[in-house]
Each structure stands twice: as structure tokens, then as C-alpha cells.
Design a protein around this ligand. Structure first.
Ligand SMILES: *[C@@H]1O[C@H](CO)[C@@H](O)[C@H](O)[C@H]1NC(C)=O
Ligand SMILES: *[C@@H]1O[C@H](CO)[C@@H](O)[C@H](O)[C@H]1NC(C)=O
Ligand SMILES: *[C@@H]1O[C@H](CO)[C@@H](O)[C@H](O)[C@H]1NC(C)=O
Ligand SMILES: *[C@@H]1O[C@H](CO)[C@@H](O)[C@H](O)[C@H]1NC(C)=O
Length: 274
């Protein structure tokens, strides 16, 4: 019986029309007011988004303009302005941007921990580095670029010693900096051609004095952190070391590589200050 009555009601066209009218007319005033309030809220939200969207890039551009030599990536603005291929999460708060004095990063070969630096030049012969893969590419924050030094070999001449005892040094534009961690990043090649053992030395000297082995103090000599292959254009594990003295210059050397590999290449050396 109940079902039948419901059906009769539902099928009654007059009843249905009245219901519709009631539904449409009664709440219309309230709905209008609600809509007005909603419009107001939506407009305010959109306006805020537009203002924030214009303000933030302007502030970032201004900051860029007034900061010619970048410091650490420790502030949130630096994280957004350092427009590198690394994602924001990959940029560690403690990573030091390796901007060199006069943007000069010096390649070296036949160079040993504590020993004098032998300058490497661009070219394809013994003791040279690939002109397009220059030492500054290891410090540019871009894992798409790389540094290849042939060391005791020449381009297309391969041996177990190629690329060993090579590296680079630079004077940090930001000045005296405490470094107590490093990471090395691989290139786009699939071979395990990254270094396996590396060293980092620090110095407070400048200019040609940096070619002297006596100017350098050893801070780290050990694994590169690449033994668990991180993958192409990815960085190895962080090597943390105990250092409490700040230096203005740093020298990085490759001391060993995987057996059978005929060259050494890496995309980045990242230095950290904790
Ligand atoms: C930032 O990087 C993007 C792509 O990653 C590029 O299109 C853009 O030009 C870069 N901007 C600056 C200021 O370098
Ligand atoms: C990184 O290097 C690659 C290859 O040279 C280049 O195409 C790209 O624009 C560079 N990215 C940045 C952010 O400079
Ligand atoms: C650093 O020093 C601490 C305390 O002196 C020690 O426990 C730790 O093993 C040291 N780390 C390295 C890498 O030498
Ligand atoms: C290098 O300079 C820094 C800062 O002036 C100083 O703290 C540190 O002791 C110096 N290092 C050496 C080995 O003289």
C-alpha cells in the first residue's frame, strides 16, 4: 500500500510542479546572498594569488641582482633562485655553491696528495682535459655537464691509469668556508667510470702559491661514495669528515677508479658545510 501511494504522488504532475516551484522560489534570496559572499571570497583568493604570483618573482629577481656572488643554498630564496637541474629536494641546505674567484677552476694532472700541482690544459693529449669537458664543469651545479681529464693517457688511448691523479683546485669566491662533507655525481654514461677513491685538501693561499704542495692540508682521503652505483647523472653517498678549520681554496684529486675502466669522468663534485 505504501509503495502504491508513493507512486501515485510521484506521478501526479501538479504535485511535482508545486514542489519544484517551492524549491526554486523559497531559497532564492538566501542563495543569492550566499552567492554574493562566495563571489567575494573567490575574488579575494584570486586577487591574493595574483599578487603573490607577481610579488615573489619580483623579490627573487631583485635579490638575484643584488647578490652577484652566491653563498650557500641555506636560505629558501637561494634554493628557488639557484636554477639548477637538481630538484629543490636534492639541493641540500648545507651544499656550498662552488663559484670560483674570476670563475677560474684549474685542472691538474700528475698530482698527488701533499704534492705540487701540475697544471692541465685543454686538448686531447697526455695531461690534458677535454676542452668541452673542462674542470669548471665539475663545479657548475649541472649534472648534464662533465669533467674529463685524460691524465697519463691521450684521447682514444686507454689504460688502467688514465685519469688517475687528476683533478682541480679553486679559490672560493665566497671566501673562507668550512668544508666537512663531499659528494661526487656521475655523468650520463652507463659505465662505472666515476672515481672510487678521492681526496680533498684545503688551503688559505692564493694565486700561484696554490701550485705548491706545501700550501695544502689534507682533509679527506677515502671512498668516493660511488660504490653503490647511484645511476646516471646521480650523486653518490655523502662522505662526512671531521674538519673544523675553514679554508678559502680547495683541491680535489681522483686517486683510484674501478679496475678495467679506461677513463674517469664525473659531472659534479659537491662540497658540504655542516
Ligand atoms: C631555469 O630553468 C628552466 C628549465 O630548467 C629554463 O627554461 C629557464 O630559462 C631557466 N631560467 C634561468 C633564469 O636560468
Ligand atoms: C646544463 O647543461 C646542459 C648541457 O650543456 C644544458 O643544455 C642545460 O641548459 C644546462 N642547464 C642549466 C640549468 O644551466
Ligand atoms: C669524527 O669525530 C668523532 C668524534 O671525535 C668520531 O666519533 C668519528 O668517528 C669521526 N669521524 C671520522 C669520519 O673520522
Ligand atoms: C685559514 O683561514 C681561516 C679563516 O681566517 C682560519 O680560521 C684558519 O685557521 C686558517 N687555516 C690555516 C691552516 O691557517
Amino acid at each position: 500500500m505504501a509503495i502504491r501511494r508513493f507512486k501515485a504522488n510521484a506521478n501526479d504532475p501538479k504535485l511535482m510542479e508545486n514542489k519544484k516551484k517551492n524549491e526554486q522560489e523559497k531559497p532564492s534570496h538566501r542563495q543569492l546572498q550566499k552567492r554574493k559572499i562566495l563571489y567575494a571570497i573567490v575574488s579575494i583568493v584570486i586577487a591574493s594569488i595574483v599578487i603573490v604570483g607577481i610579488l615573489i618573482p619580483t623579490v627573487v629577481i631583485k635579490k638575484n641582482g643584488t647578490q652577484p656572488s652566491p653563498t650557500t643554498t641555506s636560505s629558501s630564496t637561494m634554493t628557488t633562485t639557484s636554477n639548477m637541474t637538481m630538484t629543490t629536494t636534492e639541493i641540500d641546505m648545507c651544499m656550498i655553491l662552488l663559484t670560483a674567484v674570476q670563475r677560474k677552476v684549474y685542472g691538474v694532472h700528475n698530482t698527488f696528495v701533499g704534492g705540487d700541482s701540475t697544471r692541465a690544459t685543454p686538448g686531447s693529449k697526455r695531461g690534458q682535459y677535454s676542452p668541452e669537458d673542462s674542470p669548471d664543469k665539475a663545479c657548475d651545479g649541472n649534472v648534464s655537464t662533465k669533467y674529463i681529464n685524460y691524465g697519463s693517457c691521450e684521447k682514444m688511448i686507454f689504460s688502467d691509469s688514465c685519469g688517475l691523479n687528476t683533478g682541480f683546485y679553486l679559490e672560493l669566491a665566497r671566501g673562507s668556508t668550512l668544508i666537512n662533507g663531499l659528494k661526487i655525481c656521475l655523468t650520463g654514461l652507463s659505465c662505472p667510470c666515476g672515481p672510487t677513491v678521492v681526496s680533498l685538501e684545503g688551503s688559505n693561499m692564493t694565486g700561484t702559491d696554490l701550485t705548491l704542495g706545501s700550501s695544502w692540508t689534507l682533509l679527506y682521503h677515502g671512498t668516493s661514495g660511488l660504490s653503490d652505483d647511484p645511476g646516471r647523472q646521480k650523486c653518490g653517498s655523502l662522505q662526512h669528515f671531521n674538519n673544523t678549520i675553514a679554508y678559502t681554496s680547495y683541491r680535489f684529486l681522483v686517486l683510484a677508479k674501478n679496475a678495467g675502466e679506461v677513463l674517469v669522468e664525473y659531472s659534479e663534485v659537491q662540497l658540504y658545510s655542516f
